[in-house]
Design a protein around this ligand. Structure first.
Ligand code: HSE
Length: 348
């Protein structure tokens, strides 16, 4: 039984709790996988810890209500521990970090992740900040502590962009990655093609839970840039830094630009690309007008896609949902299942 401490309980953390509620029995029957959420710590909703596990239905109801005050008090329940105290003082063996993304310092998530790993706890995160800014340091710490570090949910939500490259393409050298890896901007561009205004489309993306807390990160291209750095460093073995990527967002695109592309049978897409060659690495995020024959042109709504350039199988493209509570909650589950399969192998 995995004992989980969730640090942050927004869309993504609630998505994981919902999946565990819905699929707990199936996961146990099919994979022998059992998990219990013993602690949840947030800055706004409060914090809960119960040594025998929290009730998922009551937890989700309180999360929806925006405060854990409504979570029923039962013997043994402890309230009010802050995230770091929760990591240090609870007996969870897996910390699930889903606080907000900060691309400037990666905090407070970076401290949460490193504190948990230092204590020998496994860490699973969908938080892009620590992975974009400090992936190699975190991976080294996890290896030193023999702890698992999973970050599948940081790129393309639940669509297994990192796992495809790390596991299914293991043995290949990946020399390039090119994709549409921000759901909000693709949603906005698709809606604008249908005549919706930029402002209304952005508001709808926020309502649907695609956009970041500060959506300028999406529309100015920083979210795609952060994910591109994560791809480069986690699956291509690079040490790419933010300031080595040129960036342009979609805010300058007008309804006329969109219509002009449509008239030419083309579509605007926010493309993120990184390529390595003996001459060096080039990386950028920018809107491009793509012909409809390009596989990346045919993505609607918040759908994402990534094409890897490999030495042994050529170009491999993965298409799927790139944002949203349930898909990203699934990404966390997929990391938990990878940890579980590693534990099973160790026991053989
Ligand atoms: N804001 C992000 C997006 C969420 O729109 O793609 C998933 O990382």
């Amino acid at each position: 039984m995995y004992r989980l401490a969730l640090i942050g309980f927004g869309n993504v953390g609630q998505g994981l709790a919902q999946i565990l509620l819905k699929k707990g029995e199936l996961l146990e029957r099919r994979y022998g996988f059992k998990a219990s959420i013993v602690a949840v710590a947030t800055l706004r909703k409060g914090s809960l810890y119960h040594p025998t596990g929290l009730d998922l239905q009551a937890l989700l109801a309180a999360g929806q209500a925006g405060s854990f005050d409504s979570y029923p008090t039962t013997p043994g329940l402890i309230r009010g521990r802050d995230p770091l105290a929760t990591i240090r003082a609870t007996d969870a063996d897996v910390v699930v970090e889903t606080t907000y993304t900060n691309f400037q310092t990666a905090e407070p998530a970076l401290t949460h992740v490193c504190t948990a790993l230092e204590l020998g706890k496994h860490v699973i995160t969908a938080n892009k900040g620590p992975v974009a800014l400090a992936y190699h340091e975190i991976a080294a710490l996890a290896a030193r502590k023999q702890a698992f570090f999973g970050c599948e949910g940081t790129v393309m939500g639940g669509t297994p962009a990192l796992r495809l490259a790390r596991m299914s393409l293991a043995g290949c050298t990946i020399s390039g990655a090119r994709g549409v890896i921000n759901g909000t901007t693709n949603f906005i561009l698709t809606q604008m093609e249908q005549g919706q205004s930029y402002a209304d489309a952005l508001a709808e993306a926020q309502r649907l839970g695609y956009a970041e807390a500060d959506p300028s990160g999406d529309v100015e291209g920083y979210d795609a840039l952060g994910k591109l750095v994560i791809l480069a460093n986690t699956v291509m073995g690079l040490t790419l830094k933010f300031d080595e990527v040129t960036r342009q967002g979609i805010t300058h695109l007008t309804p006329e630009d969109i219509r002009a592309a449509q008239a030419d049978n083309m579509r605007w897409k926010l493309i993120a690309s990184v390529k390595t060659s003996p001459a060096g690495t080039t990386a950028y995020v920018r809107p491009e007008r793509l012909p409809l024959s390009d596989p990346l042109a045919n993505l609607d709504g918040s759908t994402n896609a990534i094409t890897y350039l490999t030495d042994l199988v050529g170009a491999v493209t993965l298409v799927g949902s790139g944002a949203g509570p349930e898909p990203t909650g699934f990404a966390l589950l997929s990391d938990l299942l990878e940890l579980h399969s590693q534990d099973l192998l160790r026991k053989l």
